[in-house]
Design a protein around this ligand. Sequence first.
Ligand SMILES: [Zn+2]
Length: 419
Amino acid sequence: MRDATVWRQVLGVDRATVIVKVSFEDDGDEDVVVVQVRQRRSKKPRCGKCGALAPRYDRGEGPRRWRAHDLGLVRCYLEAEAPRVQCSSCGVVVAQVPWARHDARHTYAFDDYVAWLVTHTAKSTLVELLRIAWTTVGAIVGRVVADARASHDPFDGLVRIGIDEISYKRGHKYLTVVVDHDTRRLVWAAPGRDKATLTQFFELLGPERAAKIALVSADAAEWIATVVAEHCVNATLCADPFHIVAWATDALDEVRRQHWRDAKVMGAPSVITRIKGCRYALLKNPENLTERQVESLAKVARVNTTLYRAYLLKEELRLVFQLRGKAAIKQLDAWCSWAQRCRIEPVVELYHRIKKHRASIEASLTHGLSNGLIESTNTKLRLLTRMAYGFRSTDNLIALCMLDRGGYRPPLPGRHLAE
Ligand SMILES: [Zn+2]
């Protein structure tokens, strides 16, 4: 094998890159390897921005460096001249290079390595291991995802979608997100939670593809229903089971709080502590309860029948969404007739809310939409938005969500060739 071929493989660059010289350099605190490269002369210069063939303009600002994968223990940089070209649509810009993205200070292989690692490891590990700043990671994630989305249509073949909102920055900001129920992927996200935000999605999608959407699941928000009705002429709106169960949990918590307030007014300290202590036992799914929580729940059943009835009503409603089709609708009817006459105020309110959204709840039961996708996407996105603190840009935060949930994570550089 010739030296140049070995070096190309070590650096993860393709045959369009010519290795000129490899040298060791003292960079103050540490030694670095600098590999001088250039583009193969048989390749005509192209615009760095749009990739169109473009005549050379001038030498630019002299040689540039791009961070490459570390070589063993030392840092490595590619170094090359960065001439400028005169592009007919972009003007005077730096010419395209085969080893890195336009305006990037890292090679393709380095970018992909970062994008792979960021979805697999903690922020602190990544920053120390790769010796880069967290904001740089954000920028890298942003350009890797932008590239991947440009090369294939993320909206192709959408039939059953879910629309949701998630909060980030401690609940001060929101993202509207769209998931594909069939591929289980995140397909779109944007800051905001209102008609204007969601309309952007349907404008990108276009009327033709919007007409092919058969089913839209969402929470019962009015703004989502309005925009969906306007754009998806053939779609059935389904209520997300995840959100309906959350309403039931909220209603139960309200009942518990009322009891606690009543106990306080009556001055019954033992009741106060008991009600306070049973919160998690009541709100958690019974299959996840600890032994102590089971005991606490049993106590509620003995001494506080109203609160326990509210608990059973929550569980009965949860059961609706574990069933499918006719059995689920039968269970929903049974729940409604119980809830309607239970005389527990928050539950009666819940009954009216469910009655109002009956059509979309029934659609969801008939189409058998799973609760899991929205719930797991929600949980994962919340973690990712927390991880993206310090990216300084919402676009890069969204890119991180796309990288992980949208199927844009690149393979580890060098591995996909061997597999
Ligand atoms: Zn151009």
